[in-house]
Design a protein around this ligand. Structure first.
Ligand code: ADP
Length: 248
């Protein structure tokens, strides 16, 4: 795909919860390779938007296209990974009694199951990919440690690594640095930029310091629609944002 091409195109989106419009007339698009931060006050619709993208919630109006032709509103949540979209929720969910390596091996695309993953029925090419990922998430030296013994931050990275083993083109991350120490937060920001060299990411984030440090393009949602979108400077100087979001 060319640099100007959109990986995701959302138009006129509306989500209705028994008469309450959680999203209304929402337009949103992403270019390939973007790292996009999605912010906005509580109840703005950030989670609902991610839920629509991954097929969990069906909109009452509007369209959601992935890679031009894939109509995401026609797919169910369990099909989304197969289409190339990976979602990570806030709390890490790794297999505590398995090692870092085993957690990643299990998550590999087309992995046939627990036993073949655990009994190292991996090809050279697969092992190489596993090592590349462990390096990327900073856990190579902990390959044989049980996931349960990792710090909160390391578990989060492991889960991001597990998501990457599925080779998604689009990652949806919910507050990836929540609960992390300062140095873990810093590493997470760097990791997101590294991932965005090859993949596209949407990050829902509440931590404004994190957003200021790592965001290039930010979309601000408010009352179910896009209030403003732009770079960090645009966002910080925007009157509407100051009013509704920063409470100035
Ligand atoms: P955010 O993630 O930005 O905090 P949400 O997408 O969770 O916002 O919620 C948007 C609005 O939709 C909120 O007012 C919320 O109360 C409402 N909402 C979310 N899910 C449901 C639901 N299943 N039923 C009814 N209302 C909902």
């Amino acid at each position: 795909p060319g640099i100007d091409q959109k990986i995701l195109s959302v138009t006129g989106l509306e989500v209705d919860f028994d008469g309450f419009k959680a999203l209304r007339n929402l337009d949103f698009s992403l270019q390939y390779g973007e790292l996009r931060f999605l912010i906005g006050p509580n109840g703005a619709g950030k989670t609902t938007l991610l839920d629509v993208i991954c097929g969990k919630i069906k909109p009452s109006q509007g369209s959601v296209y992935f890679k031009d032709t894939i109509d995401l509103t026609k797919h169910q949540e369990h099909q989304i990974a197969g289409l190339g979209i990976g979602r990570k929720f806030q709390a890490p969910s790794v297999f505590s009694t398995l090692t870092v390596f085993e957690n990643l091996a299990l998550s590999m695309k087309q992995q046939r199951g627990l036993l073949s993953a655990l009994w190292a029925k991996t090809t050279n090419e697969q092992r190489e990919r596993l090592h590349l990922r462990m390096d990327m998430i900073g856990l190579k030296s902990k390959a044989n440690e049980r996931a349960g013994s990792l710090s909160h931050g390391e578990k989060q990275w492991l889960e991001i690594g597990m998501l990457l083993m599925q080779e998604p083109d689009l990652l949806l991350l919910d507050e990836p640095a929540a609960g992390m120490t300062d140095s873990e937060t810093e590493k997470t920001g760097e990791l997101l930029h590294e991932i965005a060299a090859n993949q596209t990411i949407i990050v829902v984030e509440h931590d404004m310091a994190f957003v200021r440090q790592f965001a290039k393009t930010v979309t601000v949602l408010h009352e179910g629609t896009v209030l403003v979108e732009g770079n960090m400077t645009d966002i910080q100087n925007d009157e509407k944002v100051a009013e509704v979001y920063l409470g100035r």
